[in-house]
Design a binder for this molecule. Structure first.
Ligand code: SPV
Ligand code: MG
Length: 670
């Protein structure tokens, strides 16, 4: 695309300001003239060739353009008869340079905000800037529309017309039609009228669309009074505060494009979403919050970076009160729709506005996101994430997964509520559910090789950190190998319980004839595991069975401190009472002496306690140890019974999910 700027006019209404230089060299501010602003906008849009028609003070204009050092190639076309002709004749003189081109045509005294310029340049169709909100000017251009297209442009139209500004984006085809008519006009001596008179003759053959800029700044400067008004409006525009929020940890063209557009609207503040908020609705960011802040701080056009703690914009908007919030239009539907509604409500409360740009759904960007997920699933990356989460979050939640499919449910289930998004942080590979899925009792009968296969199935299709239920850990001599294998597989933590002999599930309690290991033995096993560990971030968590086996609170606490001293990275305290009191008491006593070691609970029986209360009681990890399996068993049984009862499948169908939906949960490799 080429740009054509018409600068042959005398600008007599500017008084002394045009006595020694052309009007386009009039200063809008200390560091910008009308022309330098236009050329900056042209260069920023990636247009490299500019044709400038000149009139008075041609040499001054040429030197000025060249002195600006924009990456632009200029062609200057002088209209010697500028006193006696109009710009239709200047275009005629320039015709050989602009024939057969897609053209950006603009008057040299036009000042517009970057957003107007961008919209005109990026239009796919021929267009002219109009305003549906501006009052009709007495002497300036107005446009008359017919069937959504511009039919006539001139100063003489009033009825049903819109205020119009002479900046056009013209397709090669439309421009060819108009230019031919300009040539015909000039060759027949019509050189003192507007180029638009020629357009009006052929507008029926063109498809010139109105580009409604409403009350954005787009104005010609004809007089010193115009200059004062436009300069003031420009200052206002450039001081407008613009806010947009990013969760990205990898920047692509789509992000740069929306940032550029935002910068065209004013001074940009970027909100960087907290790690926790990003993880809740998308995935754990590959770059930490601080790194992501640095990324944005160093981008051109970003004036300030702030933290946006939650997905909801309410508190940040109430604090910053930006004039404009910018967002992609993809949030008009789906889970972000309530967020958008809230933004509109807050903006309305103080007179701000929302500007939405088309969302870039580029397959390359989707591929980048896929690569990030793949990155997250790699062992080295996944392993350390539990420790990181513990550092970032008040409470980490883990849900049981016993095969690839239940892993996908844990990975992808999200609940959107009140502008927040909730999802599980981690996966628990339960010995109980892993055994049950195989129809086996939970007595360390399913051997480690088989348990590792379950982990393999999970790591292949998910990215969330894994906490492995290591039962008693077996012999210390075996446990050291288990630790190494788990680390290698990218598991984040193993929890081993202080039992010995034939281990039974804790929910059976002391009646099942279970025996607790001695403190010394178990502490030695933990210490051996810690010595064997190769990576820095793998965690060995000691599980205390004293409350299950009813050996008392004192014993539980004594063990906890001994196991921490032996190197345990966390303590899991278990109970099978519906009343959470003994868990709370343990946490309280433990925290008196140890404020940092993570505490883990499995609230299967004491399920009334909320996550919020656990957080208050000093708990760090809540494991939902068996709920997915317990929901699948009755569903399967109901279906089996229904088919046996009715001797067909139809009656069961209402409770079944169509397989198409199940398949959609399974990631496809491409
Ligand atoms: C498991 O899920 O296998 C556990 C927790 O060990 S519990 O069943 O509560 O003992
Ligand atoms: Mg278990």
């Amino acid at each position: 695309m080429k740009a054509l700027i018409l600068n042959s006019g005398v600008g007599s209404r500017m008084g002394t300001m045009t006595a020694r230089q052309p009007k386009c060299m009039t200063n809008l501010s200390a560091c910008e003239t009308i022309l330098s602003r236009q050329l900056r906008q042209i260069a920023a849009a990636g247009i490299s060739e500019v044709v400038v028609t000149t009139g008075p003070f041609e040499q001054a204009l040429i030197s000025y353009c060249e002195g600006l050092s924009y990456p632009l190639q200029y062609t200057f076309v002088h209209n010697r008869d500028y006193q006696d002709t109009n710009y239709i004749y200047s275009i005629f003189l320039a015709r050989s340079h602009i024939r057969n081109e897609e053209l950006l045509l603009m008057h040299g005294d036009l000042v517009m905000e970057d957003e107007v310029f961008r919209q005109v340049v990026e239009s796919r169709q021929s267009c002219m800037a109009v305003s549906s909100t501006a009052p009709l000017p007495e002497k300036d251009f107005k446009a008359v529309l017919q069937k959504g297209l511009i039919r006539s442009v001139g100063v003489e139209f009033f009825d049903g017309a819109l205020s119009a500004q002479p900046i056009y984006h013209l397709t090669r085809q439309d421009w060819q039609i108009w230019l031919s008519e300009i040539v015909r006009f000039c060759e027949s001596g019509s050189v003192s009228c507007y180029a638009e008179n020629a357009f009006n003759e052929v507008s029926g053959q063109c498809r010139l669309f109105p580009m409604d800029v409403r009350n954005m700044l787009c104005a010609e400067i004809d007089s010193q009074a115009d200059l004062a008004v436009v300069s003031a409006k420009l200052r206002e525009v450039e001081n407008r505060s613009v806010y947009l929020c990013f969760s990205a940890d990898m920047l692509h063209g789509g992000h740069m494009s929306i940032l550029r557009k935002a910068a065209g609207l004013g001074r940009v503040t970027v909100g960087v979403l907290s790690d926790e908020a990003v993880a809740s609705y998308k995935r754990v960011p590959l770059l930490s919050f601080t790194e992501r802040c640095t990324l944005f701080q160093n981008l051109k056009g970003v004036e300030r970076v702030v933290e946006q703690r939650e997905l909801s914009y309410r508190s940040i908007l109430e604090a910053l009160k930006p004039d404009i919030v910018v967002h992609g239009d993809n949030w008009r539907t789906g889970f972000q729709e309530p967020l958008r509604r809230e933004v509109l409500e807050v903006l309305a409360s103080y007179g701000g506005r929302l500007v939405e740009f088309p969302y870039a759904d580029n397959p390359e960007y989707l591929a980048l996101e896929k690569r990030s997920r793949a990155e997250l699933s790699l062992p080295d990356n996944r392993r350390g994430r539990l420790k990181k989460l513990l550092g970032q979050k008040g409470l980490v939640t883990a849900m049981e997964a016993h095969d690839g499919l239940s892993g996908l449910i844990v990975e992808n289930t999200k609940v959107h509520d009140g502008g927040k998004t909730f999802s599980f942080d981690a996966m628990w590979v339960s010995s109980l559910c892993d055994s049950t899925a195989k129809g086996k009792p939970d007595i360390e009968l399913v051997d480690m090789t088989s348990r590792f296969r379950t982990i393999d199935d999970l790591t292949e299709v998910t990215t969330k950190p894994i906490i492995f239920d290591g039962d008693s850990g077996g012999l210390a001599e075996h446990f050291v190998y288990t630790v190494r294998t788990l680390e290698k597989m990218g598991v984040s933590a193993v929890i081993i319980e202080d039992k010995k002999g034939l281990k039974k599930n804790s929910l059976f309690g002391a009646e099942a004839g279970q025996t607790q290991d001695s403190i010394e033995n178990f502490a030695a096993k933990i210490a051996a595991g810690k010595r064997a560990q190769k990576s820095f971030d793998f965690m060995i968590i000691a599980r205390i069975e004293s409350l299950i086996l009813e050996t008392g609170m004192e014993d539980a606490l004594k063990r906890a401190f001994a196991f921490v001293a032996a190197g345990a990275d966390g303590i899991m305290i278990h109970s099978r009472k519906p009343d959470p009191e003994e868990i709370f008491q343990f946490a309280e006593e433990f925290r008196k002496q140890d404020r940092h070691t993570p505490l883990v609970v499995v609230p299967t029986t004491f399920h009334t306690v909320t996550e919020e209360e656990f957080t208050r009681r000093g708990i760090n990890i809540v494991i939902y140890a068996n709920q997915l399996m317990r929901s699948q068993v009755p569903a399967m049984r109901r279906t089996a019974e229904s088919i046996l009862t009715h001797h067909r499948a139809m009656e069961a169908d209402v409770q079944l999910m169509p397989f198409g939906e199940i398949i959609r949960m399974i990631p496809a490799e491409d």
